[in-house]
Design a protein around this ligand. Structure first.
Ligand SMILES: NC(=O)c1ccc[n+]([C@@H]2O[C@H](COP(=O)([O-])OP(=O)(O)OC[C@H]3O[C@@H](n4cnc5c(N)ncnc54)[C@H](OP(=O)(O)O)[C@@H]3O)[C@@H](O)[C@H]2O)c1
Length: 275
């Protein structure tokens, strides 16, 4: 049987590194720690090796389409596709950051929404039957959804929203921040929150598409929240350790063969949450 393969983006630190650690212990196959910076990635591989674990490494900057396409070709060629993909890479401006809101909106959505979407565009076609796809979103995306205008909430929650419509809404948010009109257009004042509302909605759209286009392949795709986790992003006051933050993402990545749910859901603490 072909060797199975799992890939984690942004695997060099924080929750991504903890997900790689847990997969090395629990996944029957090759586990790839990927990172945009080769040096930081290889340091992280070394740190796991010192724990007796054996992750493999591939460079992957999700903001660089060439890097995404090179990685997708590599996994297609070497493994015939991918069994588990965890889209963990993400960014957040610090609260104290004084960059203009429009800049924060553009930069945050570029990585957390548009680049993660690029990953999904290029990797979903090579996800193997029985594959698992996990997008690390956030409870902040749910809170943000609840602070959107009723019209926006209706679209994000609807079953008929298309990927194109969602992309248009995310672009609209960024455009409106440029002219200071995002609040008037029904958006709350959080770039990170909107990026994660978008990512969770995208996960639901793509899961519905997988069910329609590949009904017999048993692929499960979900968005999740790791919880509030002590990392460079969230700081030392957060309640969970990175290993605790990895629990729900890893649960979704390792849903057993033949499982039919959850699929197209937002999951936190291993439970499907209301959207
Ligand atoms: N911490 C929390 O409480 C919390 C709560 C909810 C959701 N999340 C989500 O969990 C995920 C991981 O967050 P974290 O707390 O572990 O943050 P972190 O410690 O800041 O780690 C973020 C990781 O993403 C990588 N990354 C950023 N941009 C990238 C790109 N363009 N290509 C590839 N990798 C990139 C970073 O790489 P570099 O080292 O090269 O920058 C780093 O490895 C994020 O999606 C975050 O939004 C976190």
């Amino acid at each position: 049987m072909a060797t199975k393969v799992a890939i984690v983006t942004g695997g060099n630190k924080g929750i991504g590194l903890a997900i790689v650690r847990a997969l090395c212990k629990q996944f029957q196959g090759d586990v790839y720690l990927t990172a945009r910076d080769i040096g930081r990635g290889q340091e992280a591989v070394k740190s796991l090796a010192s724990e007796g674990l054996k992750p493999m490494f591939h460079q992957l900057d999700i903001n660089d389409l060439n890097s995404i396409m090179a990685a997708a070709s590599y996994f297609k060629e070497k493994y015939g596709g991918v069994d588990v993909l965890v889209n963990n890479a993400g960014i957040a401006f610090k609260v104290a950051d004084e960059s203009p809101f429009a800049v924060q909106a553009e930069v945050t959505l570029k990585t957390n929404f548009f680049a993660t979407r690029d990953m999904l565009t290029h990797f979903l076609p090579i996800i193997k039957a029985g594959g698992r796809v996990v997008n690390i979103s956030s409870f902040v995306g749910v809170r943000t959804l609840n602070h959107c205008s009723p019209a926006l909430q209706q679209r994000f929650r609807s079953e008929d929203i298309t990927e194109d419509e969602l992309v248009g809404l995310m672009e609209q948010f960024v455009d409106k921040t440029n002219v200071g009109e995002h609040k008037a257009a029904g958006w709350p004042e959080t770039a990170y929150g909107v990026s994660k509302t978008g990512l969770t909605t995208l996960s639901m759209i793509l899961a519905r598409r997988l069910s329609k286009d590949r009904p017999n392949d048993g692929i499960l795709l979900n968005a999740c929240c790791p919880g509030w986790v002590r990392t460079d992003m969230a700081g030392p006051k957060a309640t969970k350790s990175p290993d605790e933050g990895a629990v729900t993402p890893v649960y979704l990545a390792l849903l057993p063969p033949g499982a039919t749910e959850p699929h197209g859901k937002f999951v936190s603490d291993k439970e499907v949450q209301q959207w």
